[in-house]
Design a protein around this ligand. Structure first.
Ligand code: FAD
Length: 433
């Protein structure tokens, strides 16, 4: 009888094991806790939430809400357990973390097709395997992964700049131009006069940052400096650094602004833009407040805030297929945060697709590529096909979806239609499955 090995019983590994077991296939699930803990986990439970107890928005006008609904329809053990452990949290799905992890642990452990081993795995096993060891993958396995993928394709820190929904950028204030008009005009430029710069600068240097965890202290030595740390060296560091205006004269006036923030297209359909050089460690609330002071970004929606934290993840655009399968070895899959998705629900979603596909591979069935109109499919597409110089993990967001045929100005209506299309598509896709 075929057996699929799943390594890691976190959000992704638990979901993957569940999806495989449901198909009548045996799973050997390896989890190193409690024999060995990560620097962020405290219990021996599966799917332990290492920080917040919220699985974020639950409504269908929210991309992570739509993702949860797609997963509910596909019988997700993570979402069912979260629904069962929900605590009052307004529009969000927050859980009692102990009840939630207990529920996942019991369902997964008690499944007759799943055998659990509390062992650390440090080399990549032969045979059908899913690696779901998370952002804090143990050192031994990280070394094996580095050998498998090459030095350049496994990252240990995530130092990301915010990403913005393109629809929410004020096009009357920003202009399209590349520095010195070199090549195609590729950047959206947010110009500032001296007064605007000073106001922004003061807000930036006094905004609150996230305290670094003990195991993350080495992070700044890796050559990735947060924008607020650079700013603290003085306004000139900014004006001669990431905000330098030379070669970026405003085409409307021909004048050079005092400072410029550049936005770079982040996906091929142009629905997302990132802030160039703005990797940051500010808290999310202050990020929104401070970055909305930038002309053109007053109403910006940040689909992903800047972060700086320890995070083991692959260069998925180079290494993975949209099925979460490793390109160079057909029976090896990856799932969870290690693939470059970001967040509890997103990690479980990757586990769901990897699990479904590993089971199909073992059964000799064709693997499934989830449609781009669904959040499940759009996330897989984003992490695996974007040709990026600097690949950074991503949260679920509506900007990932193929735009609607018709342009809808009202954000609420646009999101409602995208959600309706996603759920209709997943329903049809399930019938085909
Ligand atoms: P995990 O849930 O970490 O699961 C991986 C599992 O693999 C663990 O149980 C680990 O013990 C096991 N493992 C590791 N190496 C081995 C090995 N060699 N052999 C056997 N087992 C192994 N996301 C949010 O949405 N909200 C948050 O508030 C949030 N806070 C975070 C805080 C921190 C400090 C970190 C690091 C991440 C946070 N994330 C958060 C991001 C992410 O959503 C979580 O890390 C999530 O748990 C990732 O799911 P996963 O299944 O990929 O990994």
């Amino acid at each position: 009888q075929p057996v699929i090995t799943v390594i890691g019983a976190g959000l992704a590994g638990s979901e993957a094991a569940w999806q495989i077991a449901k198909e009548g296939i045996q799973v050997h699930l390896y989890e190193m806790r409690p024999v060995k803990q990560t620097p962020a986990h405290h219990t021996d439970k599966f799917a332990e939430l290492v920080c917040s107890n919220s699985l974020r928005g639950n409504s269908l006008t929210n991309a992570v809400g739509v993702l949860k609904e797609e997963m509910r329809r596909l019988d997700s053990v993570i979402i069912a357990s979260a629904d069962g452990a929900a605590v009052p949290a307004g529009g969000a799905l927050a859980v009692d973390r102990h009840d939630f992890a207990d529920a996942v642990t019991q369902k997964v452990r008690n499944h007759p097709n799943i055998t659990v081993f509390n062992e650390e795995i440090d080399s990549i096993p032969d045979g059908p395997t899913i690696i779901a060891t998370g952002p804090l993958t143990s050192e031994g396995l990280s070394n094996s992964l580095r050998e498998l993928t090459g030095e350049e394709s496994l990252y240990f820190y995530d130092a990301a700049a915010p990403i913005i929904d393109a629809e929410t950028i004020d096009r009357d204030k920003v202009y399209l131009k590349s520095r010195y008009d070199k090549g195609e005009a590729a950047y959206l430029n947010c110009p500032m006069n001296e007064e605007e710069f000073n106001r922004f600068y003061e807000a930036l240097i006094s905004a609150e940052t996230v305290p670094l965890k003990e195991f993350e202290k080495e992070i700044f030595f890796e050559g990735c400096m947060p924008i607020e740390v650079m700013a603290a060296r003085g306004p000139k560091t900014m004006l001669f650094g990431p905000m330098k205006p030379v070669g970026l004269e405003d085409p409307k006036t021909g004048k050079r602004p005092y400072a410029v923030v550049q936005l770079r297209q982040d996906n091929s359909s142009g629905t997302l833009f990132n802030m160039v050089g703005f990797q940051t460690h500010l808290k999310w609330g202050p990020q929104k407040e401070v970055f909305r002071l930038i002309p053109g970004l007053e109403q910006a929606d940040f689909v992903r805030y800047g972060v700086m934290h320890r995070n083991t993840f692959l260069n998925s655009p180079k290494l993975l297929n949209r099925t979460y399968q490793f390109k160079a070895r057909e029976d090896l899959f990856f799932a969870g945060q290690i693939t470059g998705v970001e967040g509890y629900v997103e990690s479980a979603a990757a586990g769901m697709i990897a699990g479904i596909n590993a089971a199909r591979l073992v059964k000799g069935q064709e693997l499934l590529v989830f449609p781009e109109e669904t959040i499940l499919g759009a996330m897989a597409e984003y992490i695996t096909t974007e040709a990026k110089k600097n690949f950074q993990p991503i949260n679920a967001n509506f900007g990932l979806l193929k735009p609607l045929e018709e342009r809808i100005k009202s954000k609420k209506e646009r999101y409602e239609q995208l959600a309706e299309r996603a759920l209709g598509t997943i329903q049809n896709f399930m019938k085909e499955m």
